[in-house]
Write a protein that binds this ligand. Structure first.
Ligand SMILES: *Cc1c(COP(=O)(O)O)cnc(C)c1O
Length: 465
């Protein structure tokens, strides 16, 4: 299996193997890596999904993407180790919400949001590959919430990795901050920056833009543009469909911001999974659902909502789908994105808009509607759901057709967003013990100014020899 950049021209392409794509993250031309060909679902993975455990299924589905970067047994044991950190035997359990409407719970990992599913695997893949090469890497990341703690938890204690995560001081929730600052591992470092999330992101970009620093520190990224994250996320679509339906098509409703999660569903469909439709559920930051309806990509201001992990206006993973809509023409993909960046808007042609609409549909919920869904699900099913999940459930209910089998993706544990849950339902979600424990653990965090020199000095001092 080889990977190409979404901004490369046919015939003049670098074709990289999985291990290089894993460590590179972004391509040198600024594009994202995509597999040259999409493998078919392995026979035994579909037939056996009712009996295979989640980790076994994951190893089979990921194997063609990983290629010979790892032996089959190595991959299987790495993936099994990753999912042993989850607190549910099924890893991603299905819970019935209503007739033919199921919740796929993706929040049973160590940090209680769906980022764990990919990052627990990706950090182990990094560690393995760096070990093989006799190298080390320094992961630097900026976070406004869930990604930081999931990446730190996944990297904690790994031999070959150090990690520094920047968050905007005083602007994350207490529980999110504590998840990052209470980790007891010498190779993980939380930094509170005196600035906003955008300032944190700019600092990370500035570090990557400094070639010498990037090389000397062997900087690495684990953000959602890393192909390995998408590959790991394909698995739960296959898992859910096979458990529920055999060959009956399933429609998935996906609360999304960066388009990473729903893109994995699209790849599962391209591999041959019978997927009815993919529904894109947005909060007020609805650039994706507007794109589907109008064919126009138009940026608005980012508005803070009750579902902060979806407060995004520029969905980086969309580039991978655009590349497909442009028939693999990297120059045309790059031109559309350049226009969007310069002018804040860009338009698909009618053929592309139609192709998009054939595979995807979607809608948006504002905060009031989100709270209403949370209240109703609690009243009718006795179940507490978090605001991100509620955006998905609300859109699923609105878009659902008669006789359609629907799976809504539940992306965070309700206790992670307890305030919104109480506001919507009057009930406080039960705290999982591992989440409750962070309230009492000592915090370790370095406060630094919004200054790239100070941040670089800190990163240098954090890197183990
Ligand atoms: C990251 C996240 C999302 C959005 O996922 P994308 O891959 O950005 O589409 C949704 N819900 C929660 C809880 C998240 O942490």
């Amino acid at each position: 299996m080889r990977y190409v950049s979404t901004r490369s021209a046919p015939g003049r392409r670098d074709r990289l193997a999985f291990d290089d794509v894993l460590l590179a993250g972004l391509a040198a031309d600024g594009g994202l890596y995509v597999p040259e060909r999409v493998p078919e679902l392995p026979e035994d993975a579909s037939a056996g999904a009712g009996t295979l455990g989640y980790a076994e299924l994951a190893a089979r589905l990921m194997a063609p993407y990983v290629g010979d970067a790892l032996g089959g047994d190595e991959l299987a044991s790495l993936v099994a180790d990753a999912y042993a950190t989850f607190d549910h035997r099924d890893v991603c359990p299905l819970v019935e919400l209503d007739e033919d409407h199921w919740l796929l719970e993706l929040f049973h990992g160590p940090t209680f949001a769906f980022k764990d599913i990919a990052l627990q695997v990706v950090a182990r893949l990094f560690d393995h590959e760096l070990g093989r090469r006799g190298e080390r890497a320094m992961i630097v990341a900026a976070t406004s919430g869930d990604t930081g703690s999931a990446a730190m938890e996944a990297a904690a204690g790994r031999d070959r990795l150090d990690i520094v995560v920047l968050h905007p001081a005083g602007r994350t929730s207490e529980i999110q901050r504590r998840q990052m600052t209470t980790l007891d591992a010498a190779n993980v470092h939380a930094v509170a920056v005196d600035g906003t999330f955008d300032d944190c992101q700019d600092l990370v970009k500035a570090m990557f833009a400094d070639e010498a620093f990037r090389r000397d520190m062997r900087l690495a990224a684990v953000n959602s543009i890393n192909w390995a994250r998408v590959a790991a996320q394909i698995v739960y679509y296959v898992w859910a469909a096979r458990r529920l339906a055999g060959d009956r098509p399933v429609t998935f409703c996906v609360p999304t911001g960066n388009f990473g999660n729903v893109l994995a569903g699209h790849y599962a469909r391209r591999m041959g999974l019978p997927v009815g439709r993919l529904l894109i559920a947005s909060n007020t930051n609805d650039i994706l659902s507007r794109l589907i309806h109008t064919g126009e990509l138009a940026a608005h201001e980012v508005v803070p909502t009750l579902s902060p992990s979806m407060d995004i206006q520029i969905s980086s993973n969309l580039e991978r789908l655009l590349f497909e809509l442009f028939d693999g023409d990297g120059a045309a993909t790059a031109a559309l994105l350049a226009r969007f960046r310069a002018e804040g808007r860009a338009t698909l042609n009618s053929e592309q808009h139609e192709a998009l609409g054939a595979g995807f549909s979607g809608d948006r919920l504002d905060d009031a509607e989100t709270l209403e869904v949370m209240g109703r699900v609690h009243a009718e099913c006795g179940m507490l759901i978090d605001p991100h999940t509620a955006v998905g459930v609300g859109v699923a209910e609105r878009c659902r057709r008669r006789g359609e089998l629907m799976v809504s993706l539940a992306t965070a544990h309700p206790a992670k967003f307890g305030e919104a849950v109480v506001q919507a339902t009057g009930s406080a979600p039960e705290m999982p013990p591992a989440l409750a424990a962070v309230a009492d653990l000592p915090e370790r965090c370095t406060s630094l100014p919004d200054d790239v020199t100070a941040i670089k000095d800190f990163v240098r001092s954090a890197r183990r020899a």
